[in-house]
Ligand binder design. Structure first.
Ligand code: GTQ
Ligand code: FE2
Length: 373
């Protein structure tokens, strides 16, 4: 008799429902036969595998900036940044995902911390990455040799397979939010990684990156670059532009003109100027601004998102969870869970999601409470 080490990994539990057979010795023996041959019937699994609507294992959860930042600072004292570990990045671990460093099933979100003079070495990987800066400045991220300043409110891209390293030239430490599709790439066995130099390839610290000088002019494309690229060529979306776009939407609302999502709720999506679509193939990023006392409709969508409060205070309801949130706080909305946001003060929120994956595969769906199905 041959020994197969994979045997014994299948466990069938009885199904439920009106048409399920009664538990008998014969049925048990059939199920042991299935287990022996590594077979599993649909009828015991269907409720979990084919739910009426998405039932994420991820839970709605909030992480407090006031708790994360001191821990990141302590990591700065105790843990050097360098080759091997690569980054002093501390990831949100969703309480429904078994302790893995996954904010949601496809998304990674982490606080990264760099002390004055420190360098996070260059590397590249197929995972798509961005940075969002809730406070501080003084770090330049060098992306394919292009030095990109990081300051409060900026949204910065490191699409897959670009060389990148970070260095802090300021006298203060800096912390920021990283978002990547690490769990998605992990689950789909598609990860590649390469080490680069231990120092960043340039220590120049220009105000604007070359990518911005070439690409970040509204509605204007360089005629030398008319082809589409899967990710945005803009390395940094600056706060002054995001802020002005949101302010204009609310001013237009005051003047009686359309443009806001709903009353008192302005929003912009960061886009790839070569396609008009999302900044990267797997990640959508947006910025939302609510007037004081504004309340959003309750929305759900296929795909998960991570939000960070940029400024102000509000009440967030996700499914049956409800939190007061303030600057820096991060919260997760699992797939198909209803989200409502209420502003106590003027409220600014950064948001990223995995929705482009589902749109590309035609698995996307969304619903606003009160709207017809
Ligand atoms: O800054 O390059 O949070 O490669 C996780 C993986 C940050 C980065 C993370 C990374 C980076
Ligand atoms: Fe990286």
């Amino acid at each position: 008799m041959s020994v197969d080490s994979t045997r014994g990994t299948v466990r069938i539990t009885a199904g439920e429902g009106p048409d399920q057979p009664e538990r008998t010795p014969e049925l048990d023996s059939l199920y042991r036969g299935f287990e022996e041959e590594l077979l599993v019937p649909l009828w015991t699994e269907i409720g979990d595998l084919m739910p009426r609507s998405p039932r994420s294992k991820a839970l709605a959860h909030v992480w407090r900036w006031s708790a994360m930042l001191p821990l990141a600072g302590r990591a700065g004292e105790l843990v050097p940044v360098g080759r091997g570990g690569e980054r002093r990045a501390i990831a949100l671990a969703n309480p429904g995902l078994g302790g893995r460093p996954f904010a949601t099933p496809p998304l990674w979100a982490a606080i990264q911390y760099l002390r004055p003079g420190e360098v996070a070495p260059e590397h590249r990987h197929t995972q798509n990455a961005f940075r969002f800066v809730v406070e501080g400045e003084g770090v330049w991220t060098v992306v394919d040799g292009d030095p990109v300043a990081m300051r409060r409110g900026d949204f910065l891209l490191t699409p897959g397979w670009r060389w990148h390293g970070h260095h802090n030239i300021a006298t203060e430490p800096m912390a920021w939010l990283d978002g990547l599709d690490i769990p998605f790439v992990h689950a789909t066995d598609s990860a590649f990684f390469e080490f680069g130099p231990e120092q960043v390839s340039t220590t120049e610290t220009p105000d604007r990156s070359r990518s911005e000088r070439l690409w970040a002019h509204p509605g204007l494309r360089p005629v030398s670059r008319l082809g589409d690229t899967p990710s945005s060529p803009i390395a940094a979306y600056r706060w002054e532009h995001t802020d002005a776009a949101l302010r204009d939407q609310l001013d237009l609302e005051d003047e009686g003109h359309p443009g806001v999502v709903e009353p008192g709720h302005a929003a912009v999506r960061f886009t790839n100027p070569t396609t008009g679509h999302d900044v990267m193939p797997t990640i959508r990023a947006e910025f939302h601004r609510l007037r004081e006392s504004a309340l959003t409709a309750t929305r759900r969508e296929v795909g998960s998102s991570v939000w960070q409060v940029f400024d102000g205070r509000g009440q967030v309801t996700v499914g049956d969870r409800r939190w007061s949130v303030e600057r820096g706080d991060l919260f997760v909305v699992p797939s198909w869970q209803p989200l409502t946001v209420g502003a106590e003060t003027g409220l600014d929120l950064f948001r990223f999601s995995d929705t482009p994956i589902f749109e590309r595969l035609h698995q996307d769906r969304s619903h606003v409470e009160g709207a017809p199905r």
